[in-house]
Design a protein around this ligand. Structure first.
Ligand SMILES: Cc1cc2nc3c(=O)[nH]c(=O)nc-3n(C[C@H](O)[C@H](O)[C@H](O)COP(=O)(O)OP(=O)(O)OC[C@H]3O[C@@H](n4cnc5c(N)ncnc54)[C@H](O)[C@@H]3O)c2cc1C
Length: 414
């Protein structure tokens, strides 16, 4: 693995950073207070991303990773590592966008968290149908969503109770999903259900449920502490009739544990992305505290309090840097086609903690300034935003369980 970004990745990072600093940041607090982002802004963002994309190869927004092209891969039999770095490039873009406003990143039109399962398990015609609608959003903005969590089945993914049964050429879904990002406005949502809870993972099925499907409704819109610009809703299924061609991957792929595996495969790609978003927020807090201290104190003076400040800053900086390396490695492994479940969980566990630490310490280092909300002083907002990065896509506790399980499995046979 190389520890440097390619020229193109650096250009993408610089382009997003300038835009993030000058255009996104000044509006982040307003969007947070208003609980959403005007569609006109999102429309302009999509147009600009398309223009920048044609110049740099960049695309914005989770779910688009595979559209990012990088240097050509070496010949298939070459010992050289693969050069295609779409996952890594997405991480670099996501960190920069989150440095400006993580809430906005979750609102960017596109397949979102619904993209990875369709890409991983969809049939060719499903991929064409469900991704096709994002190719031209000049007239209408569109989103995809991912609905796994239920009241009573968050960390315990295998315990979902939303039921599905086949009747003729349709599947009938009944149940509720909660905390679904972009669930209210999504054109389609990947929904996990079970044919029989007693079958555990083998009973799971994943469906692409389209907006307007009879029996499919949107329930409560959540009032959240952080990421307030992002829509999070409850979804309700009451005798919801889904055409059989919307069963993700087709009937044959569900003879084993494929439905559950679809959910898990998704996490291997999205956990490093979520880790990169957390790093963006943590770095924003770290950068702010660093500048604040530079302006207000001379840490080279031998005063005990300054030594404690320097120590905190150093700890924030090194934890973020270490977390970034682990996160980039997880994405690099995905780019190489290597299994990365353990590293994906590690990246999310480590980055989430490092970023939470940076946000807490930044508030403390800046004293009273740290708790005031202003256009260019967003510490209190970052403090509210960051906590969820240790909750969604698997909580920190769950990441640690996944890591330890894989480490122990890895020891078998020694
Ligand atoms: C802003 C936001 C957006 C979200 N977006 C989506 C989305 O788009 N799609 C979606 O499907 N879900 C989404 N979620 C849901 C999210 O994935 C769940 O909240 C998360 O998986 C945790 O589930 P839970 O809230 O039910 O908590 P629980 O699973 O009830 O966990 C509660 C606590 O118990 C701990 N715990 C649970 N089990 C264990 C265990 N075995 N060992 C040790 N500790 C344990 C957890 O770590 C946690 O601290 C979102 C959540 C939020 C807050």
């Amino acid at each position: 693995m190389e520890f440097v970004l390619s020229k193109r990745q650096l250009a993408i990072r610089e382009a997003i950073h300038g835009f993030a600093k000058n255009v996104i940041r000044p509006q982040a607090l307003t969007w947070d207070r208003e609980g959403g982002i005007p569609e006109d802004f999102l429309r302009n963002l999509i147009r600009m991303a398309a223009e920048m994309g044609s110049a740099t190869g960049m695309t914005m927004g989770p779910g688009f990773e595979e559209d990012v092209q990088d240097e050509a891969d070496p010949a298939p039999d070459s010992p050289e590592p693969k050069k295609k770095q779409s996952h890594l490039t997405s991480l670099v873009a996501a960190e920069e966008m989150s440095w400006a406003d993580a809430g906005l990143l979750l609102c960017v039109p596109g397949p979102g968290l619904g993209g990875p399962p369709v890409r991983a398990s969809g049939t060719p015609s499903q991929k064409e149908r469900f991704f096709g609608i994002f190719k031209d959003m000049s007239e209408e903005l569109r989103w995809g969503a991912y609905a796994l969590t239920e009241p009573g089945a968050g960390s315990d993914v295998a315990g979902i109770r939303t039921s599905c049964r086949k009747e003729g050429h349709e599947w009938i879904l009944n149940g509720r999903k909660c905390f679904i990002t972009n669930g209210g406005r999504a054109s389609w949502t990947v929904v996990f259900a079970t044919v029989d809870p007693a079958l555990g993972r083998a009973g799971h099925r994943a469906f692409v449920v389209e907006k307007g499907t009879p029996g499919f409704g949107v329930g409560r819109v959540e009032e959240k502490m952080g990421l307030r610009a992002s829509e999070t809703v409850e979804l309700v299924f009451e005798e919801c009739r889904v055409p059989e061609e919307n069963l993700l991957g087709g009937e044959e792929s569900y003879q084993s544990k494929e439905g559950f595996m679809t959910a898990m495969k998704t996490f291997d790609n999205t956990r490093p992305l979520v880790a990169a978003m957390a790093l963006g927020i943590g770095r924003a807090a770290y950068d702010y505290a660093k500048e604040f201290i530079k302006e207000n104190y001379d840490l080279s003076r031998p005063i005990a309090r300054y030594a404690a400040m320097a120590d905190k800053l150093a700890r924030m900086g090194r934890q973020l840097e270490a977390a970034r390396m682990v996160t980039w490695r997880a994405a690099w492994m995905a780019d190489q086609g290597q299994p990365n479940a353990r590293e994906a969980s590690m990246s999310k566990a480590i980055a989430g903690q490092a970023a939470i630490y940076a946000c807490i310490e930044a508030i403390e280092l800046c004293g009273i300034e740290g708790s005031i909300a202003r256009e260019h002083q967003l510490l209190e907002k970052w403090f509210r935003d960051i906590k969820v990065y240790d909750i969604f896509e698997g909580t920190g506790n769950i990441q640690r369980i996944v890591i330890s399980k894989r480490l122990i499995e890895g020891l078998k046979g020694f």
